[in-house]
Write a new protein. Sequence first.
Length: 202
Amino acid sequence: MHTLSTRPVAATLLLGLSGLFAQGGALAGVVADSVADYDPVNQGSNGWYHGWQAGAIEDYKPRRFQELTVRSQDRWYLDPVSSYTQVYARGAHPQGLITSGGRTPALQVAVRRWVAPASGTYTVTGTVTHTGGGASDGVAVRIVKGKRVLWTADIGALGSQTYAFTTRVKAGQAVDFVLGPGPGGNDISDSTDFSSVISTAP
């Protein structure tokens, strides 16, 4: 009697499931990834927009969000000559009152916005890591939906924090990932990795 091996079938099935998870398929439930979805040419790809707002992070208002319009070296800028404010694949950089390189002193927050494609409950996870260097006084971070602050943190120089929460979002509603300079308004060495993965909640 010959015994049929199930190993090839099992291996094929496992490979197929792994592919679905890796690609953010139905089983994984991933609907948006700020790094994987990043588009240095077009605003709105997979619901992501890259913008800014004048003022301190505690005064941030989603209705005053403005899109960045200058593209250079795979980054979105407000004005690379007068401002450090920018968004790039892995994160962002704000503008502060204490600055360098001939930039104009001003408080400006960098914002990555995600617009929900459908109403539902979503799980939002990610990591914020200050990568600029020890000369910085750190950065301030907020995740905002409408008038509600969903998560906030102050990240010290070279510090890192993870976040995870679940929230109900309506179709077309924005969730804003906001980065500002530290408490002293110093933007020197404020490059920050700020990633987010958004999934349908179980």
